[in-house]
Write a protein that binds this ligand. Structure first.
Ligand SMILES: Cc1cc2nc3c(=O)[nH]c(=O)nc-3n(C[C@H](O)[C@H](O)[C@H](O)COP(=O)(O)OP(=O)(O)OC[C@H]3O[C@@H](n4cnc5c(N)ncnc54)[C@H](O)[C@@H]3O)c2cc1C
Ligand code: FES
Length: 377
């Protein structure tokens, strides 16, 4: 093993001051990297942007943003947000979710502005976006694990988990791995760009059921995005939970997203944080090895413990095997599915697995629930 240098060290150049969020302040997080367009590709975006005036912005988006899961539960208006909120209840083992009955245009996004563009890794960027409509950010509510459809005008729309904690009211954060057309367009955005947001969509982690229990998070690569949200949420509510652990792995130090937060996570007394990579460099001072291997070394006890894992399919496959070998029961293992989505609201049928729609019955599933689905993943 190399020197004890922190993995985050040396990667905080260009840090620029910004207002710390409640959870960041509590975790003593360092400031985020400077807002900037692109390090690899400095060309400004050539994507068409919507007109700042005349676009169908405030009225409906504000109304949509005001709808919340909790509010909707008490307000049976039959509007799309109510149905989405109902669909967002944890539904493990309890059958199909209610299918949305949208009113109005469910495909009309809220318009938002990119506040910050953070270059995380060579192929992952993070956008912090603020809903434009007056009061929309303040009234927007979501649950950890829910996703949004992010659109770049003229390029298309794709699904990403909202990875800021729900307590963050200044912006919504999305981390995006470049894989194709839309994600490439997102990577070419810069602060100030306009995007569309349809959110919140889908269900969420059943954290209420985890109270009093230990929670072991496992994030691989971009899979750290959904883990980040639920982990920050649980740390904000630490008194309700037992030991909270994180195993976060990536290919190499430069492939670790949120590098500017890792020191704070490592030193947070409420979090037992283990970092690992496959290919170390000379400065890497943490563990080396694939996530399933390191997991077996850590040997978390399944006693009164829930495991939550997100990452690429190959990592999920072998990590699930490792968790089961350690004695974790399928009902105590949770993950998210990234089956491709289109409408995001249970209409188009694009995301089905058997009789389940990932967009409304997921993306969060227990392993027990997945074992009951057809092998289409
Ligand atoms: C519930 C959910 C949450 C997600 N959260 C995130 C997130 O937080 N961050 C993130 O970076 N990505 C996330 N994704 C994946 C993201 O939606 C896709 O990478 C994106 O839609 C690709 O769009 P594109 O137009 O750039 O790629 P395309 O041009 O459409 O496709 C490029 C290549 O990627 C493959 N591909 C595209 N989407 C998927 C997918 N969902 N699963 C497997 N292969 C795919 C295609 O088959 C093709 O080979 C999530 C997906 C879902 C369904
Ligand atoms: S994406 Fe259309 S039904 Fe799920």
């Amino acid at each position: 093993m190399a020197s004890k240098k922190s993995p985050a060290k040396g990667r905080q150049a260009g840090v620029k001051g910004r207002k710390a969020t409640a959870v960041e302040a509590e975790l003593s997080l360092p400031e985020a990297p400077e807002v900037k367009a692109i390090e690899e590709d400095s060309s400004p975006t050539s994507l068409p942007m919507p007109e700042p005036e005349g676009a169908p912005l405030p009225a409906k988006p504000v109304a949509k943003a005001k709808k919340t899961a909790k509010a909707d539960a008490q307000e049976p208006t039959g509007k799309i947000e109510s149905e989405q909120a109902k669909a967002a209840k944890p539904r493990m083992l309890s059958g199909l979710s209610p299918r949305p009955k949208p009113s109005g245009n469910p495909y009309q996004p809220m318009i938002a502005t990119v506040l910050e563009y953070i270059r995380e890794t060579p192929n992952i960027c993070t956008l912090r976006v603020r809903l434009d409509a007056l009061g929309a950010m303040e009234s927007f509510e979501f649950e950890p694990g829910q996703v949004g459809q992010l659109s770049v005008f003229g390029a298309g729309e794709a699904t990403f988990v909202i990875n800021s904690p729900p307590s963050q009211k200044d912006y919504l954060q999305f981390s995006v791995m470049r894989t194709g057309e839309v994600t490439d367009a997102i990577h070419r955005l810069a602060a100030g760009a306009k995007v569309g947001v349809r959110a919140p969509l889908g269900n969420y982690f059943p954290y209420a059921d985890w109270k009093g229990r230990n929670v072991f998070f496992i994030g691989g690569g971009i899979g750290m995005a959904p883990i980040r949200t639920i982990m920050l949420y649980l740390l904000e509510h630490k008194a309700d939970y037992g030991k909270i652990s994180l195993l976060y792995g990536a290919r190499s130090p430069r492939d670790m997203a949120y590098s500017y937060e890792l020191d704070a996570w490592k030193h947070n007394p409420d979090l037992d944080c283990t970092l690992c990579i496959d290919n170390p460099d000379a400065e890497w001072g943490e563990r080396v090895g694939l996530i399933p291997t390191v997991l077996k070394e850590l040997k978390p006890s399944p006693e009164n413990c829930v495991a939550v894992l997100c990452g690429p399919p190959i990592m999920i496959k072998f990590t699930l095997e490792a968790l089961e070998a350690l004695g974790f029961a399928p009902e105590n293992i949770f993950t998210t599915l990234e089956k491709r989505m289109k409408c995001g609201i249970g209409i188009c049928g694009r995301c089905n697995i058997g009789d389940r729609y990932v967009c409304v019955d997921g993306p969060v599933f227990s392993l027990k629930e997945l074992q009951g689905l057809p092998p289409e993943l």
